[in-house]
Design a binder for this molecule. Structure first.
Ligand SMILES: Nc1ncnc2c1ncn2[C@@H]1O[C@H](COP(=O)(O)OP(=O)(O)OP(=O)(O)O)[C@@H](O)[C@H]1O
Ligand SMILES: [Mg+2]
Length: 371
């Protein structure tokens, strides 16, 4: 399986600004990489450039040591020579062909021997758990079954790289969940490299070995999903990952030895960075607090419950501390009366301090309430 490398890749469409802005990333053999970001950020364009369906304006793309695109060297290897499978959002199956034929058709075009085709169709139908539908037509299948046929068809020729553009977006929530599990299993059993486009952070979180979070054509962070969640490089990344979202509190900070005393509109606390950081004597900051790190306790700061949404396993709370609102998560089957008073505290060292001006992460650290 190849490693895919993008070097200074940009794409400018004739009208408009840069759809992809100087992208550098390496997708290693066997990885499951998600391209994640808001609508219009350049995910599909990036995937299509890897596939060879879109020509970059600048840069180079490598599959291992083979250059498949270079504007300077005038190289542009056609999509059919890149050994990739491509699964679009609208996975059009041939309506007049059975499942079996839908899958074998491409292999016949590639001039596979007849027996090998039969063998492969059986094999892939087993993997995708669609054996019993082989002689049906697409119209006789549910959405999820059709989706599995589409994936089977894409996987049949054993592509080394599988590119998928929001393949689950047409499915209902339950099916989408089942298919997610299926895709993850498939990734492990095929050993292929998956590049997966989604705008759904939880999908990227749960499936990928690495997530590339993109904003306006610019790569913001490229790392394993839990790292993206726990150590976001900037406020955008922090805000994009997680539901309920991270709390952001603007504050003024004064350095006090290794610590920073942070004054918010309603409370004061002391931030101790996990690693030494170099900050001015006084500065503006944004403090990032994940809802699960707002702990409802006996002591601590008082807050008013604005809303309480129990889901059985956990309860999402909205708390007002004077004029600051904080989302909190309480684990277990608990509920809180609206307008009741609770107390909360901070614990652990996973609070994130961002620079107020650049919105970039300065450090993770622990937080102690002063008043
Ligand atoms: N053929 C085209 N001609 C001109 N502009 C285009 C073309 N294709 C895409 N764009 C622009 O490039 C930018 C990136 O588009 P792209 O389709 O890659 O976004 P995306 O991240 O896949 O979004 P979505 O989540 O909505 O699918 C957008 O601003 C879009 O309008
Ligand atoms: Mg898209």
């Amino acid at each position: 399986m190849p490693t895919i490398k993008l070097v200074n890749v940009s794409k400018r469409f004739s009208k408009g600004s840069l759809a992809v802005d100087n992208l550098n990333m390496e997708i290693k053999d066997g990885e499951f990489v998600s391209l994640l970001g808001p609508s219009g950020c350049g995910k599909t364009t990036t995937l299509r450039m890897i596939a060879g369906l879109e020509t970059p304006s600048e840069g180079e793309i490598y599959f291992d040591d083979t250059c498949v695109f270079s504007d300077e060297k005038g190289i542009n290897v056609s999509p059919d020579k890149r050994d990739i499978g491509f699964l679009f959002q609208n996975y059009a199956l041939w309506p007049h062909m059975t499942v079996r034929k839908n899958i074998s058709f491409g292999l016949e075009n590639m001039k596979w021997p007849k027996e090998r085709i039969e063998e492969r169709v059986d094999e892939i139908c087993q993997t995708m758990r669609i054996e019993e539908y082989k002689d049906r037509y697409p119209a006789e299948l549910s959405g999820g079954q059709q989706q599995r046929v589409a994936i089977a068809r894409t996987l049949a020729p054993n592509p080394k790289v599988l590119l998928m553009d929001e393949p689950l977006s047409n499915l209902d929530a339950k099916l989408r969940n089942d298919m997610r599990a299926e895709l993850k299993r498939l990734h492990l059993t095929t050993g292929s490299t998956f590049v997966y486009v989604t705008h759904d952070q939880s999908e990227a979180m749960t499936l990928s070995t690495k997530v590339a979070l993109i904003k306006n054509g610019l790569l913001q962070q490229y790392c394993p999903p839990l790292q993206l969640y726990g150590e976001p490089e900037n406020v955008f990344c922090a805000d994009f990952m997680g539901n309920p979202s991270m709390n952001f509190v603007n504050c003024h900070g004064k350095k006090q030895g290794d610590r920073i005393v942070l004054s918010t509109r309603s409370f004061e606390c002391e931030f101790t960075p996990n690693d030494k950081i170099d900050v001015p004597q006084e500065s503006e900051y944004v403090l990032g607090i994940r809802p699960e790190f707002v702990n409802i306790t006996e002591d601590g700061l008082e807050a008013t419950v604005i809303s309480s949404l129990p889901s059985g396993m956990e309860t999402t709370l909205s708390l007002a501390v004077d004029d600051i609102t904080l989302a909190a998560v309480a684990f277990g089957s608990v509920d809180f009366a609206m307008d009741s008073k609770v107390r909360f505290n901070f614990s652990g060292n996973r609070y994130v301090l961002f620079d107020g001006a650049s919105q970039n992460k300065l450090s993770l650290g622990s937080l102690k309430v002063i008043k």
